[in-house]
Design a protein around this ligand. Structure first.
Ligand SMILES: [Zn+2]
Length: 390
């Protein structure tokens, strides 16, 4: 009897691995947040070729069954008026150039119909998400211009607030000294304008007050393009249960962020000791890259074996997905990795080639193929269509 058990077990493991691959490749996978375009560390690479650094290139995207990527257009708060909008356009230029160089592999899309068409032609559908309201420099005509170039969402704030919306960081650390809290009247006009143009309103990074102001203003379902569950990791960038429930009521979608700091509540304490140990190098890297986040990504790459020990298990990332599905239902959860925007992701999640592992884990939790389709892309597609009309 015992002799038979091992081959049977191996056979069933192989069948389930094959099944996971089939389910994964059949689904349309949309990742709603990737920072490769704004990551100056790696834009020197040819993204059409396989890279051994960073999390994204077109070769690994194909392997991972990635069908559509919303590329983040981002700059830090040090880019003020007269610089931020120009920088956003430079980044969009570089995405356009990537597409022009690889017409057989990647295509710019603006709505769900164009997205499906690109997928049918075996191309990666590229969408543009602008991360940070400061990039519109308080001007409605800049929103029009970015929308014309393909912006599918505007993240109302990054970590910094704008003159019309307060960020999660500021609502927590500057609560008593903010000139305003939440959305101003002008902020509400911006939300209406985005609704009119068919641009999704992204509520990742915004403060709780702004979040609820947006939900009482918008006429369309919103997206949280890269956020996790606060109940599992109480980080101000994550969404509390009541926020998740309100987002579901709005018909929106929350796309789970893979960053270790938003997945694992113990990560920040662990990484603090690591950064303290390498403080001198981090300071020099920050001078080289003019950006603390990019310096941190580089530092973690240099000390890979040490930083690997700080990564949470993949199961914790899956726990965020499962928790949110159980709390707000299967129709409101998606994938927004934040790849190439952070220094650490859960173990086994090294790049865009690793998405099939999520499908395999969800199958182990008895999620149906239909449910997995929704999480991988169906829910985002619905919200995109509700905003663009196509
Ligand atoms: Zn972000």
């Amino acid at each position: 009897m015992k002799k038979l058990l091992l081959p049977l077990l191996l056979l069933s493991l192989r069948v389930s691995a094959q099944n996971a691959q089939q389910v994964h490749q059949k689904a349309i996978l949309i990742d709603t947040h990737n920072d490769i375009i704004s990551n100056e560390l790696i834009t020197r690479f040819d993204l059409a070729k396989l890279q051994d650094e960073g999390n994204f290139d077109l070769v690994r995207a194909k392997r991972g069954g990635l069908d559509a990527q919303i590329f983040s257009i981002w700059c830090g708060e040090n880019y003020g008026k007269g610089a931020a909008f120009a920088f956003a356009n430079r980044e969009i230029d570089s995405l356009y150039a990537l597409i022009k160089r690889n017409p057989g592999k990647i295509a710019l899309v603006r709505n769900s119909a164009e997205l499906k068409n690109a997928v049918a032609h075996q191309k990666l559908a590229a969408l543009i998400g602008v991360e940070g309201g400061h990039m519109i420099e308080d001007r409605m005509d800049y929103i029009d211009s970015l929308a014309k170039r393909g912006m599918c969402y505007l993240t109302l704030t990054w970590n910094n607030s704008t003159s019309w919306a307060t960020s999660a960081r500021h609502e927590v650390i500057k609560k008593d000294s903010l000139p305003h809290l939440g959305l101003t009247d002008y902020g509400k006009q911006i939300v209406h304008h985005l609704n009119k143009l068919g641009v999704m309103v992204d509520v990742s990074h915004v403060g709780e007050r702004t979040f609820y102001d947006v939900l009482s203003t918008t006429s369309k379902p919103v997206i949280a393009s890269h956020s996790c569950a606060y109940s599992i990791d109480p980080n101000r960038r994550n969404l509390k249960d009541d926020q998740l429930k309100a987002l579901a009521k709005n018909g929106g979608v929350v796309c789970v962020n893979f960053y270790s700091g938003f997945v694992d509540s113990t990560y920040n304490a662990k990484v603090h000791a690591f950064l303290y140990q390498h403080k001198a190098e981090l300071d020099s890297l920050t001078q080289i890259y003019h950006d603390g986040d990019l310096a941190n990504i580089r530092l973690n790459a240099i000390y890979k074996s040490q930083s690997d020990k700080l990564r949470p298990p993949l199961s914790l990332l899956i726990q965020h997905i499962n928790y949110m599905v159980k709390l707000i239902g299967i129709d409101h959860v998606g994938i927004g990795s934040d790849f190439d925007g952070a220094e650490s992701y859960p173990l086994e999640m090294d790049s865009v080639s690793d998405y099939p592992k999520i499908t395999a884990e969800l199958l182990k939790l008895n999620y149906s193929e239909k449910d997995i389709d929704k999480i991988l892309g169906g829910n985002v597609m619905r919200v995109l269509k509700a905003n663009t009309g196509k």
